[in-house]
Write a protein that binds this ligand. Sequence first.
Ligand SMILES: NC(=O)c1ccc[n+]([C@@H]2O[C@H](COP(=O)([O-])OP(=O)(O)OC[C@H]3O[C@@H](n4cnc5c(N)ncnc54)[C@H](OP(=O)(O)O)[C@@H]3O)[C@@H](O)[C@H]2O)c1
Length: 310
Amino acid sequence: MITASSSSPSPSIRQPVSLLGAGGAATALGVALVAAGIEVSAVWSRRLEHAQALATRLPGALACSHPQSAADRGALVVLAVPDSAIVPLCAQLRWRSGQAVIHLAGAYGRELLAPAAQAGAETGAFHPLQTFAGRADPAAWHGVAVAIEADPPLATELASLARRLGAEPFSLDPVQRPLYHAAAALAANGLTALAGVAADLLHRATGLEREAAVRHLLPLLRGVLVNLEQLGLPQALTGPVARADRATLERHVAALARETPEWLALYRALAEAMLPLARERAANDRERLAALDALADWLASAESGEGVSR
Ligand SMILES: NC(=O)c1ccc[n+]([C@@H]2O[C@H](COP(=O)([O-])OP(=O)(O)OC[C@H]3O[C@@H](n4cnc5c(N)ncnc54)[C@H](OP(=O)(O)O)[C@@H]3O)[C@@H](O)[C@H]2O)c1
């Protein structure tokens, strides 16, 4: 269950911060911390040049060649390395009480930081529901939901940190983290993959190269986001499934079967995912609801190999 974190008076935020990792998430966090007036004292990355590249963007931060030197310089230490590297990195370092150690992974809780907790440090998980591909944008955390898992008082301190970054903290039941992160991955990476498939189809249909195809898709993608923001679900759903337009869907399926059969299963799965939204949109329109039932039957038979023209 997702619950809003307490909005009690903000406690002081432990400083300075050390960043272990200098990739997309660390860059976005470091730049936002500095913009929020929070001191970043050290950056470590497997490759020193990556730590140096990030440290040059963070006034006062030292690029460290060893993770222990970076960890020692931080009151709040952020393990911003790939999820699979958090446990080995945490286990190889010496921690001290009074230090707080957090990671940014979405699918895991602070169990990954057990060695730090055993050494007396406070530990937490601090996952931004946002995608960071390496841009250094101080506003990248604005309005972002941040899933926090920590014991008090660190939980309150991390909530305060999130607010300082312009983000919106919430606490998340550790058991639900994998499901929560599946939602994040579907929305972010799934949308990117869909854009890739759509660009490929556009290329086949028009000859546009991928970059131009993506550029042509962007107004459409932005339109979807604006509709989601302004109209919400289910009103943001448009298109042939929302209209229960089987004839158009049949044309899509036939074209996909001919040109790129590898994307047929994805197309059908998404059409099925649209059905509940289309039904909700149709509300009391009995005729539309009946047409959607027929469409659902057709999709199901198409999936089992019956009744689809290939
Ligand atoms: N990027 C996002 O959109 C995003 C969003 C929310 C949460 N997160 C979380 O943030 C954390 C970092 O992700 P990221 O996207 O920033 O990763 P990333 O861009 O790939 O950067 C990974 C960083 O960790 C270092 N690293 C790579 N493999 C390592 C290993 N085996 N041992 C130690 N260090 C290693 C890299 O060093 P070198 O480059 O020097 O080799 C680099 O500094 C993850 O827990 C992820 O789940 C990411």
